[in-house]
Design a protein. Sequence first.
Length: 486
Amino acid sequence: MSKQIVILGAGPAGLMAAWEFNQAGYQVTILEREEFVGGMCATQTFQGEKGEYRFDYGGHRFITKNPKLLQFIDDLMTDDLLYAERTSVIRFKGRTYNYPLAIGNLLRNAPISLLAGAAIDLVFKLPFQKRPSEQSTSNFAEWIETRFGTTLYKNFFEGYTGKLWGIDPRQLSADWASQRISLLDLKDVARRLIPTRGATPRTYAKKYRYPKLGFGQMYTKLADKLQAQGVTIVRGANITALEQGRDDLKNKSRIDAVTYELNGETFSVNCDHVVGTIPLPVVCKLTGFDSGLTYRSLRFFNMPMDIENVSQNTWQYLSDPELIGTRLQEPRRRSPFMAPKGQTSVMIEIPCNKGDDVWHMDNDKLLKRVKQDLDHLGVPDVSTGEFFTTYTEYAYPMMDVSYNAKRERAITHLNQFGNLVMTGRQGTFRYIFTDTAMEMGLMAAEGIIKGEDNRRQIFDHRNEKTVIEVQSIMDDKKTPEDKHVA
């Protein structure tokens, strides 16, 4: 009899794990809380007066250094996969800066006080500052100031980071900086700002792949294939219990069945193995353990615009603390099919906590606030009058200075269940890119199929203390002209 696998969550990691299990002949059931697949990588469709608009849950791009995974996506998407090039800017105090930084742009746009302060930091302060010896015990502000100096920290990092996370940057773990800031230190910045060939930061992945009808199209296509091959995907399933048992042969606890509610009825599905891709703290609570881990949430404000282009930027980082959002995105910059011909749209990412004032803000009040911010940014008021908002409760794992210890306790607790494997972004409580989540899903399936306990390797996969937005192998490939988008 083939083994029964239950996968919690139909996001990138869960769907890839299901693919691997299905190829090995296992019986697979995926339980998904939402009515759609893809998790945070899903795409929503909005039918407006001028036609159909599409909005992702955030700013997604497919970049990877894994040629096998890249080939898998190419084969899955065929002609529905476009090639794009990212263009981003930082908006701060009425000025616009290229991202990544470029010397000419900085000299033209930065105020003299900022340039002078950065120069003083570089020459007189940074050479004499001692960096924290332990990455795990340092905080974000400390990490930035000892590499970039106080001037750049105060101008470009402090306000934006505080707004994004909702906490003082000195309470944020340095892990966030080490894996998200694309230059190493101010001296490295100075070298790379010199306008010579190869001056672009080596960690900046400029080219990427993007599905024609939104990032979620990858996962709806994959889900359709899985269902056609016999995989069961239960949408709208609210998981209420993990029934615990004992594996006497291995002297370990185990999960015997998963209970869920669907349309007012309660169901239970037996399992040989469980792969968890839903949030780590949620699975901890389902097994009687409070991890203390929390998340930062996002609210997305989506609005069609009666204009062909707002700007040429994929997204704009909104560093001013008084602006409600952290990023302004224009979906059609990734694919022209994200808006009707001659039209565009904007999406504002607004960080919040579930249940706070921003989370509960009335839509009309939020519209007024967003329009004020767009006016401040110089975006013309040419909306069609239509808009809607969406929410993501588990957007960012809260990486405060205490999160690592809490995460390790949670891992220890869950590893007592011999047939439970946590994987993916949510399941491992990591802020990772989509390709890493997909690799983790494959690792989870491979470990179970081979009878190997590789859970520690999954938790630590691509966890090196370097920037995780690595150079994509896309950058080495020629872009077909007929599939290119700006």
